[in-house]
Design a binder for this molecule. Structure first.
Ligand code: NI
Length: 176
C-alpha cells in the first residue's frame, strides 16, 4: 500500500473525461487500495482516479460519511470502491454547503445538487451494484462521478465565482 499524490487544479487529468475500466486486474485492485489509503490520509470523504492522475472511471468514498451514529475507529476507516459508476436516476434538489475538493485547495462553495440519486456500478469483484443514496452520500457520489467526466465543483458555481478562483490560483502559481 502506498500514498498517492493528489493532483491539484489546473492539472490536465482533472478536466479530461475518463475511460471505463475494462478489466479489474491486480493493477486496478492495487490502485483502489492506494486510493482508499490516500483518501483517509488526506483526509477526505471521496477520491476519484483522475485526482491521482489516472483517467479511469473509478472512485472510492466513505460510505459512513455524514452518519450521525458514532462509529468505532475500525469502521470509520472503511471505504467503498465503485468501478464504472453511473447515476441512472436523480430527483429533488439540495444546496451542498461549502462543498470542497482535495484537488481544489483552500476553496469551498455552495453547489446545487440532486437530493436523491440511484447509482449503478461494479464492485471490486466485478459484481453489479445498484443502490439509492441521499443527503451527504448523494452529494459525495455526484461530486466524485463528476470527476470522471472532467467536471469539478467549481464548474458548477457561477462563472464570476469561478473566474475569481482561477485568478487566485494563477496568482499563486506565478508567485511560486
Ligand atoms: Ni473532488
Amino acid at each position: 500500500m502506498a500514498l498517492l499524490e493528489i493532483v491539484k487544479y489546473p492539472a490536465p487529468s482533472l478536466s479530461q473525461p475518463s475511460v471505463p475500466v475494462e478489466e479489474i486486474d491486480d493493477e486496478i485492485k492495487t490502485l483502489i487500495e492506494n486510493m482508499g489509503e490516500t483518501m483517509f490520509d488526506a483526509p477526505g470523504v471521496g477520491l476519484a482516479a483522475p485526482q491521482v492522475g489516472v483517467n479511469k472511471r473509478l472512485i472510492v468514498y466513505n460510505p459512513n460519511a455524514g452518519d450521525d451514529e458514532p462509529k468505532e475507529n475500525e469502521k470509520e476507516k472503511e471505504f467503498r470502491p465503485l468501478i464504472n459508476p453511473e447515476i441512472i436516476s436523480a430527483s429533488g434538489s439540495v444546496v451542498s454547503e461549502k462543498e470542497a475538493c482535495l484537488s481544489v485547495p483552500d476553496y469551498s462553495a455552495n453547489v446545487k445538487r440532486y437530493k436523491q440519486i440511484t447509482v449503478k456500478a461494479l464492485n471490486i469483484d466485478g459484481k453489479k451494484l445498484e443502490f439509492d443514496a441521499e443527503g451527504i452520500q448523494a452529494v459525495i457520489l455526484q461530486h466524485e462521478i463528476d470527476h470522471l467526466d472532467g467536471i469539478l465543483f467549481i464548474d458548477r458555481i457561477s462563472s464570476l465565482k469561478k473566474a475569481l478562483y482561477k485568478k487566485k490560483i494563477k496568482k499563486r502559481l506565478r508567485n511560486n
